[in-house]
Write a protein that binds this ligand. Structure first.
Ligand code: DAT
Ligand code: MG
Length: 140
């Protein structure tokens, strides 16, 4: 195990319901530190680029529409085994399959309105972190 950084996004369904603080408490209770954070509105170009890996999927258009539909909070998290630790507290992509006590089980509405994003591997975490944050914004 090692200390890792992972990119989190609190999605528009969650900011709309004023859940940023509640979600942050799940993050911190999981032993992760929020070492950078900002509330932004994604442009369509940013959302399409960020989710470029999914561009051939049937849900891509709806996913992009959703991600630009309201503010998001982008965050860099750091902790022991941080990438997997955050995936664990997030819960499964579809909240119907998420374990008890996870963010998606407790807050997500459906597979699209699923409240949070988290990086899935060290390579994607590094790319996603630099997509949103410069070094001077990160205080570890
Ligand atoms: P995750 O966000 O758990 O990493 P993913 O990378 O497979 O999941 O998909 C990215 C997002 O795309 C996901 O958070 C919500 C949306 N999505 C995935 N599968 C979907 C589906 N079957 N229908 C609608 N949206 C979907
Ligand atoms: Mg993913």
């Amino acid at each position: 195990m090692a200390v890792e950084r992972t990119l989190s996004i609190i999605k528009p369904d969650a900011t709309e319901r004023n859940l940023t603080g509640k979600i942050n408490s799940y993050i911190e209770a999981a032993g992760l530190r929020i070492i950078a954070q900002k509330r932004i509105r994604l442009t369509r170009d940013q959302a399409e680029a960020f989710y470029g890996v999914h561009k051939e999927r049937s849900f891509f258009g709806e996913l992009v529409d959703f991600m630009v539909s309201g503010p998001v909070v982008v965050q860099l998290l750091e902790g022991e085994n941080g990438i997997a630790a955050y995936r664990e507290v997030m819960g499964a992509t579809n909240p119907a399959n998420a374990d008890a006590g996870t963010i998606r089980k407790d807050f997500a509405i459906d597979v699209q309105n699923n409240s949070v994003h988290g990086s899935d591997a060290p390579e994607t975490a590094a790319v996603e972190a630099s997509f949103f944050f410069s070094e001077i914004e990160i205080v570890g």
